[in-house]
Design a protein around this ligand. Structure first.
Ligand code: XMP
Length: 314
């Protein structure tokens, strides 16, 4: 039986030993993994840990503000905010291949992070890598951007306090550490963000569409969960397909984007299933997306488990 108290005591002790009195740095995203790793390291070395949030422009709606509020104000972490959206969009211009997109985002992330790490004089890198990230990257299924890359280039000593944990265990640790439920229960979100939910070329316009659609999916699913209409799924999100389709709005022909809605159940993201979702919830999601998000004419529901699909679209 996993014991979060015992885990925390050992992890903090180990981090204290590994970091010593050197300066440490961690890239935080506002997700449960990086926040948990940051709080553990903060317990171990206090202000000697700098938490860097790189806003690459592919965050969920309201996420940068939320991260600032929770990590800085509520958890008291030493947060450094880096606004880098223009650089990321520029680097992705004209790129359509999914793995190429992931590679470029990973590279850019390292470049930005490296700059900050130098400025801060950091010698140790703390990472929130968890067990499935390591396994999937090793199997070559997807290049998770928090595995490899950063450590190799940065010449920093790497410590990964969550490397042996699965998500449910990370959540137990997070709760034990007093991390707010809005982070503990927050649905997993990929490192490259909404960029892997925009199929094909990533443009500010397409990211804005998927950001709005995604917020609607999350809101409506959360509402349905609170009303007891469904269980909270592992993830619920929107992706923007790389095509347009004919529609009619008012009595005018409209040629607009196609949004896919994906809702999955999973324990550890290695496999996933698609639960039955009440029809009224799906209809409400569709209705809100086509009426509130400009230029979307169709909403599709993805029925595919993992395997054969992956959870994210790219
Ligand atoms: P896939 O799409 O590989 O996703 O079935 C499995 C889980 O991992 C999340 N995911 C990522 N998480 N960096 C991350 O930290 C990434 O590059 C990344 N890609 C996918 C995904 O949201 C799902 O929960």
């Amino acid at each position: 039986m996993f014991d979060p108290k015992e885990f925390v005591e050992e992890a903090v002790e180990r981090l204290r030993r590994e970091i010593g009195d050197r300066k440490a740095i961690i890239a935080v995203s506002g997700g449960v993994d990086s926040t948990t790793a940051a709080v553990l390291a903060h317990r171990a070395v206090g202000e000697n840990l700098v938490c860097v949030f790189v806003d690459h422009g592919f965050m969920r709606k309201g996420e940068p503000e939320r991260v600032r509020r929770v990590l800085e104000e509520e958890l008291g972490l030493n947060l450094r905010f880096v606004e880098a959206a223009d650089e990321f969009f520029e680097a992705l211009r004209g790129v359509t291949d999914p793995e190429e997109k992931r590679r470029i985002i990973g590279e850019k992330f390292i470049e930005v992070f490296e700059r900050v790490a130098r400025e801060e004089g950091a010698e140790v890198l703390v990472q929130g890598t968890i067990a499935p990230d390591v396994i999937e990257s090793e199997r070559g299924i997807k290049s998770h951007h928090n595995v490899g890359g950063l450590p190799e280039r940065l010449e920093l000593d790497v410590v990964e306090p969550l490397r042996d944990l699965y998500k449910d265990e990370v959540r137990e640790v997070a709760r034990y550490l007093g991390i707010p439920e809005e982070i503990v229960e927050r649905m997993p979100f990929p490192g490259p963000g909404l960029a892997v939910r925009v199929l094909g070329e990533v443009t500010p316009e397409k990211v804005e569409i998927v950001r709005e659609a995604n917020a609607i999916v999350e809101e409506e699913v959360e509402r349905a969960v609170e009303e007891g209409k469904m269980e909270r799924p592992w993830q619920a999100f929107a992706a923007l397909l790389d095509c347009k389709a004919t529609g009619v709005k008012g009595d005018q022909r409209d040629y607009g984007w196609v949004v896919a809605v994906r809702i999955v159940e999973s324990i550890d993201a290695m496999i996933a299933d698609v639960p039955e979702v009440p029809w009224e919830v799906l209809r409400r999601i569709q209705d809100r997306i086509t009426s509130e998000v400009p230029d979307v004419t169709r909403v599709l529901f993805d029925l595919t488990p993992k395997p054969p699909a992956t959870i994210e679209f790219e």
